[in-house]
Design a protein around this ligand. Structure first.
Ligand code: FE2
Length: 501
């Protein structure tokens, strides 16, 4: 039998859907541009590389209404030195990418449903969610598989990375945390024994790549654990009430289904030396936890956990069993603080006793000065949507594309004073996730720069906007790219001083 007869048909162009239109049209560029145009001045003390990744499908999918983040991971690197910026971009050569390129067509089916694939893959990952620097390598991450390792200079793919066979889990979070003092990487995988399994595998990896400990847990529900949080002594697992069912997968359905009956579970585990039974699954009424900002312990030993929280299902493209989903415009995530006593006998959390809204704007993609990760911190930076800032929505609407929430400004919240500063990049612009760059020689928290990729819908090209946190509301420099980079997910700043020579 000829294989071509059994493969699902593919189109020669991307679907006429919001997630493949306008600014969201896949770009699929690989290459280099040196000396990007700079308007303004890049301070000479900035020396390092901003890495980020976007889902960028190299071929049109054969899946109806494929979500925007099922695309191949395409890594962008912006190297800043001597006030100049060079740009490099290269796809991660995953098994999926390589086999599809050989076949010259899409072979992967639905997001996280292997039963819908056109061929059998060993590793299905698109490596499209985050890129971190660890032990001399870049790791391209997506939560359904092991990392792919890349060379930080050339962005060449080195291959799937199992830490010399130490990786105990089939999966690896896209949001590992780093201890700022030791460089230890704290990680987990969920559905860690394969699709539909409730197993969570927690592990800590020393800065030299040695596994320090592994703890296997069982979650109360098979559901998404996208981000998590770490304090000096505790690890916190927020479970998104998007649930997986193997029967649905086998029937070709979606991996995830919103479950309004499922509470928001927060797992709490000692960071070091835990046994599987030590985990406590706290419960809070159904809602959608998004990205973490930070976590730490207060003077009473309580866990303080800051994250985005929405009453509605942020992943509206995965509705509940009856097909109900909120309209994207109605979704509102707020930076929210949970204070949890890890020794409490009761596992029930309540708004009155445990929750405080830190910022009531619609926000996401929280970042901090990473030197204060897992510790008490004062400064939170994030993407904010504030329609009152003056975005020209009618002008940009035809080019927006869609399938994802949009933010029109960058915010800095001082958690001590409660005051917020906002940077508005322009009337035809939307922002992507920022990264914080410490000022060279300064140990003061939040003293440095904020850098973010910005979508300009008037020029239909991308820009980097660089802010000084001492003068947050005006850009120090705007750096122009001669091309459009689709909305991405996450990235990180890697300072030249921190890279092993
Ligand atoms: Fe994420």
């Amino acid at each position: 039998m000829s294989a071509s007869h059994s493969l699902p048909a593919v189109a020669s162009h991307y679907p006429d859907r919001p997630q493949f239109s306008g600014f969201m049209k896949p770009g699929r560029v690989e290459g280099e541009v040196s000396n990007l145009e700079v308007y303004g001045k890049i301070p000479e003390d900035i020396d390092g590389t901003f890495y980020r990744v976007m889902p960028d499908p190299q071929f049109p999918p054969f899946i109806e209404n494929d979500p925007w983040f099922n695309g191949d991971g395409n890594i962008s690197a912006f190297k800043i030195k001597d006030s100049r910026v060079s740009f490099k971009q290269r796809y991660v050569r995953t098994e999926k990418f390589t086999r599809e390129r050989d076949a010259q067509r899409a072979l992967l089916g639905k997001y996280r449903n292997k039963f819908t694939d056109a061929v059998e893959f060993k590793i299905r990952t698109t490596a499209n969610t985050n890129v971190v620097h660890f032990n001399g390598k870049l790791l391209a991450l997506k939560e359904d598989a092991p990392p792919y390792a890349l060379d930080p200079e050339s962005l060449e793919t080195l291959g799937p990375h199992t830490f010399d066979g130490q990786l105990p889990s089939l999966t690896f979070t896209a949001h590992p945390k780093f201890d700022p003092d030791t460089g230890e990487m704290i990680c987990f995988g969920y559905e860690a024994r394969g699709d539909g399994t409730p197993d969570v595998c927690y592990y800590r990896i020393a800065a030299d790549g040695t596994f320090l400990e592994t703890v296997w847990l069982v979650a109360p529900v098979v559901a998404m654990i996208h981000d998590f949080a770490v304090t000096e002594n505790w690890v916190v697992f927020p479970i998104i009430p998007q649930v997986c069912d193997m029967e649905r997968l086998k029937q070709g359905g979606e991996h995830w289904q919103w479950s309004p009956e499922t509470p928001f579970y927060i797992g709490v585990l000692p960071r070091v030396g835990a046994k599987p039974d030590d985990v406590k699954w706290f419960r809070y009424p159904n809602c959608f936890p998004s990205h973490s900002s930070n976590a730490y312990e207060d003077g009473s030993g309580n866990i303080v956990f800051d994250l985005g929280l929405s009453e509605k299902n942020v992943f509206f493209w995965w509705p509940d069993k009856d097909g109900n989903a909120p309209s994207p415009e109605s979704i509102h995530s707020q930076l929210t603080r949970f204070t949890i006593d890890p020794r409490a006998a009761s596992l029930e959390l309540s708004a009155a006793a445990n929750v405080q809204v830190l910022h009531n704007g619609n926000s996401e993609f929280y970042r901090l000065d990473d030197r204060f990760a897992t510790r008490p911190y004062r400064h939170a930076f994030f993407d904010l949507m504030d329609p009152a800032l003056g975005t020209d929505f009618p002008a940009i609407a035809p080019q927006l594309g869609g399938g994802y929430p949009l933010y029109n400004s960058l915010a800095h919240l001082d958690l001590d004073t409660g005051e917020t500063e906002v940077y508005f990049p322009g009337r035809t612009h939307m922002v992507q996730e920022p990264v914080f760059i410490p000022r060279r020689g300064s140990k003061e928290e939040g003293d440095g720069y904020l850098l973010a990729l910005v979508n300009n819908y008037a020029s239909m090209s991308s820009e980097l906007h660089l802010l000084d946190t001492r003068n947050f509301t005006t850009a120090l420099a705007v750096i122009l790219l001669p091309l459009r980079l689709r909305h991405g997910l996450h990235g990180n700043w890697v300072d030249a001083a921190d890279v092993e020579k």
